[in-house]
Design a binder for this molecule. Structure first.
Ligand code: PEP
Ligand code: MN
Length: 359
């Protein structure tokens, strides 16, 4: 995939790309006042505002539509900020291009719909505009990748993903559970694709935003998209998760920015030493694992000979319970040990099944 790094078109060096602005454009005054204050914050490169809002129920605030694009034109002129809006169909995309919006984003609901994504990609054939693609609502990597590919196939090279969390049916303190491992998997599959984190839509409330933003930076994500409204208490959408420009400024000052790499020889040497230690421990771990597998083969043979079933519920419950207890005494979280035991047990069942099926 032909993807240009952020610092070839919008950022300098390794600085994170900061995108801020209201969830939705509501009035010209709200847009211009918010933009004015955000333009005074160091590092904010893109002003976001939803013009067409995808709302779950009709009669909620569905965005101001095309007239908001004129307000964004004023933002560009008066405050020298680049602008970005959400597009969900061909018509939105044509209008955004007509009104000179600088970048587009595809929302979570749209990424999950290949027809809409293709429609947008078709309008963008031969257009040199940056496009940000939010993850689909559900944790479906193929849908996210598919949308990225559709835009790439249209010739878009200024591409980035936005990680905005995922719908989660279980209990969670987040509006959308971060599932960081999915963002990490995307980075592993497409290392050249920048990933921006959207702590506002992950958190759903102001209190959780700093922790999510810091974690994103600690994981080496390439930027943040944070919703900011001049007066969040009267916002027509996502009021709970928007920060005033002043609060956003404070948050950006308090975040710790880390480098992916340090050229300092002492630091490189120290990291090298730690990594050698980890290599040795992992080598031991793999040998221990092999030893465990050998015993499992023997127990499988024995069960076969004696006509005993592979799965033994009580033994499995005992393993799960005792290992978690042993590990917890050493400060290893129970959940981690349980996950490991599940993996070991699955493999044990697989090996014993193979033994049983052997002629
Ligand atoms: C938004 O950015 O305001 C928005 C609607 O986000 P998402 O598509 O992530 O729900
Ligand atoms: Mn929003």
């Amino acid at each position: 995939m032909n993807i240009q790094p952020l610092n070839s078109w919008i950022t300098k060096g390794n600085e994170p790309l900061l995108i801020a602005g209201p969830c939705g454009a509501e009035t010209e005054e709200q847009v211009l006042q918010t933009a004015k204050e955000l333009s005074q914050i160091n590092g904010i490169k893109l002003f976001r505002a939803g013009i067409w809002k995808p709302r779950t129920r009709p009669n909620a605030f569905e965005g101001v539509g095309e007239k908001g694009l004129e307000w964004l034109r004023e933002v560009q002129k008066q405050f020298n900020l680049k602008t970005t809006v959400e597009v969900a169909n061909a018509n939105h995309t044509e209008l955004a291009l007509k009104h000179g919006v600088d970048a587009l984003w595809i929302g979570a609901r749209t990424t999950g719909n290949p027809f809409s994504v293709q429609e947008i990609a078709d309008v963008l054939k031969g257009v040199d505009i940056p496009v940000f693609i939010k993850n689909p609502i559900h944790a479906d990597m193929q849908l996210w990748l598919g949308a990225i590919e559709r835009l790439s196939n249209s010739g878009i090279t200024k591409l980035a993903a936005i990680h905005r969390g995922f719908h989660y049916a279980g209990k969670t303190k987040y509006r959308n559970k971060p599932l960081w491992e999915i963002a990490i998997e995307l980075k592993t599959l497409l290392p050249e694709l920048p990933i921006i984190c959207d702590p506002s839509h992950i958190s759903g409330n102001r209190e959780l935003i700093p922790g999510v933003a810091q974690k994103a930076l600690d994981l080496g994500m390439n930027g943040l998209m944070i919703e900011s409204h001049i007066d969040p208490s009267v916002a027509l959408s996502d009021a709970q998760q928007q920060l005033t420009p002043a609060a956003l400024k404070q948050l950006l000052n308090e975040l710790v920015y880390r480098q992916a790499f340090s050229p300092d020889p002492e630091c490189l040497d120290k990291l090298h030493q730690f990594r050698n230690m980890i290599d040795e421990v992992d080598d031991e771990l793999i040998n221990v694992l092999k030893k465990r597998m050998n015993i499992i083969e023997q127990i499988g043979e024995y069960k076969k000979e004696k006509g005993i079933t592979i799965f033994q519920l009580e033994r499995w419950q005992e393993i799960l319970r005792t290992r978690s207890q042993w590990a917890e005494k050493l400060g290893i979280p129970r959940a981690h040990t349980e996950k490991l035991c599940q993996l070991l047990h699955e493999e044990s069942i697989r090996i014993q099944t193979e033994v049983m099926n052997k002629k």
